[in-house]
Design a protein around this ligand. Structure first.
Ligand code: CA
Length: 229
């Protein structure tokens, strides 16, 4: 399980990290809200643990922004603010659970496990979306602008990886390790061949163009890429 902890109290953060790592979970820590939010937007986590009072961007704003961007990772809020109104504010902005400080680490672990289990179930109907590209992970179906695009299983996996990491440059090496699960001999051009197939299917007859080549680096899936360079 991959966890992102956004917590500015260093002592508490390291205590939590140790407990989660003892469970065999991988933990990233962000000490301010801006970095935390950015990590949550770019990486795929199973659960987010978010403090409320944080430098730069507070925990409630983080929930709100992630949810507005269709990021549905379960969020547990950790806060010293324990009134009913505080909790309701968190839930209203997309939090899934709320734990008041101080708390027992055991309770945090139990709640994270429960959250993760719930989200695994929910995931069976999960859809991913970038612009007018929609991936239905349950039906293994891809549409753009409502039109069905037929992909092979490999192309589907490749696209899913790009969609989950959208806005980030992905190198050929990363593609081979993450999508093929192996390091493909760099002398072959298997990945470029697959990328060409996929790009044609996804972008040729549709706007905006989502796939872009980043010379010398790899590929990126992003809307409005030309404007942002
Ligand atoms: Ca804090």
């Amino acid at each position: 399980m991959q966890v992102l902890l956004i917590e500015d109290e260093k002592k508490l953060a390291s205590l939590i990290v140790r407990a989660l790592e003892d469970q065999g979970w991988k933990v990233d820590v962000a000490e301010d809200g801006f970095i935390g939010k950015s990590l949550a937007l770019v990486n795929k986590y199973d659960v987010l643990v978010v403090d409320v009072i944080l430098p730069k961007v507070n925990g409630i704003q983080i929930c709100q922004e992630l949810r507005s961007k269709q990021i549905k990772t379960p969020i547990l809020i950790l806060s010293a603010l324990g009134s009913l109104d505080d909790k309701l504010l968190g839930f209203d902005h997309g939090a899934d659970d709320y734990l008041v400080k101080p708390f027992e680490i055991k309770e945090l672990l139990a709640r994270l496990k429960a959250l993760h289990k719930r989200s695994e179930v929910k995931k069976s109907g999960e859809k991913l979306q970038v612009e007018n590209l929609v991936m239905d992970l349950e039906k293994k179906m891809v549409t753009r602008d409502g039109q069905i695009i037929i992909l092979t299983a490999k192309e589907f996996n490749l696209l899913e990886y790009f969609v989950r990491n959208h806005g980030r440059v992905i190198s050929r090496k990363e593609i081979s390790e993450e999508v093929w699960g192996t390091s493909i001999d760099s002398g072959t051009n298997v990945i470029d061949v697959y990328m060409n197939f996929l790009r044609k299917k996804i972008d040729k007859n549709f706007h905006p163009k989502l796939f872009h080549t980043v010379v010398g680096m790899g590929y990126i899936l992003q809307e409005n890429y030309e404007n942002q360079k």
